[in-house]
Design a protein around this ligand. Sequence first.
Ligand code: SF4
Length: 485
Amino acid sequence: MANLIEDIGILGKDGKELCEAYHVSKDVNTGKSRKLYIESYGCQMNFSDSEIVASILQKEGYDTTSEVALADVVFLNTCSIREKAEQTVRNRLNHFSGLKKQRPELIVGVLGCMAERLKTRLLEEEKIVDLVAGPDAYRDLPKLLAQVDDGDKAVNTFLSREETYADISPVRLNSNGVSAFISIMRGCDNMCTFCVVPFTRGRERSRDPKSIVAEAADLFQGGYREVTLLGQNVDSYKWSEAENNKARLEKKGADGVVNFASLLEMVAQIHPDLRVRFSTSHPKDITDEVLHTMARYENICKYIHLPVQSGSSRILEMMNRGYSREWYVGKVQRIREILGEACGISSDMITGFCSETEVDHEETLSLMEMVKFDYAYMFHYSERPGTLAEKKFSDDVPQEVKKRRLTEVIEKQSQHSLMRNRTDVGKVYQVLIEGPSKKSAEQLQGRNSANKVIVFPANGHRRGQYVHVKVEDCTGATLIGKVVE
Ligand code: SF4
């Protein structure tokens, strides 16, 4: 597994811990005749989409399994964000070809961003693949599977302008029974030059707020105590009865528009014991209205993932991020004014973007000094085919320079994570218990409002409870404490 995570090449938290791998569908046995196995790669949106896929196929007679050997259908829900992520999927397909030789009737499908990017080329390049479905084509999966059953290959990579899967109640595949993710929008209209998302996930559209509130309320009834509202750019959420496509909505105008601040409020009002989180925010789109809404409701967690990507205004402009270094720092100040020092702020950082100089890199390090992120997901730049950066710029920073700069960014972030965590020692936080800690069954772990993991002795407490924990010690990644009444 460590190799696989390394392959994906995503760094997080304390900079040493590698943070993203793949999720495997869990065993759900309701006596249905066929079994579906899904491996999901990449971002939380993908994990969430796999739950929609499982829900669609459950109605078609499929239970899910965590054992590929038991599966009739194997899906890889893929990520295209980095070359290594795609290579990992290709390695997995290679691995499955042995299985397919033994059981030629096994159906192998590729879903998600890689499917959307490569379309029919995937069928030509990977002979084992029977089915290719892009992120907006999951309703079509029963038909595509029937096509494969009839002996054909099947492809649907049509990108919709309206699809939000609003009416589909996801089957929770990887949940701890306490925290769940709710997809609130799809696609992205920003054209960050390094990013494949606008090409693999299409235009921004927002999901009907009534269906979001109903899903969150159902989860609360089912014992869940935390929901994370998910989208590529949640602050851009905009919905009206007449139109859910953001570009069209802004062009035509409409009455009764629900924005992200009002949606947050609607979800927060379900119950004070239901925590609300959201991800990801775009620095140019998060508004004071959102920050004030967060301040008004104790159950809206005081944590914002606010990816800066670079500290150099010149590089930010080349990335088409829509803000400068000064503007970003001003936004962080606004967060501090409205939500205080305790609000957790994390970031994404890319080193070695096209033409990045030592001066640009120093500006990233100095911005990190100014902000002091609680943690960050850090990458070195990996050019992706089809992106604007590939077309417009030369990927001219040598690999060893990208890597050295990444190491420096990671080192700085490790210092800051530890520094920020040390300010928590001696404080008492409300913690939602998520389950046993990774290291010991005698210890439990949960998060505080600022999204920091806190580990403490179990002492009869259990998953799903709120407790107050006094922090007594910390590492760069974890707070350590004990429950106080
Ligand atoms: S905001 Fe930029 S980086 Fe994020 S998904 Fe959209 S295009 Fe990609």
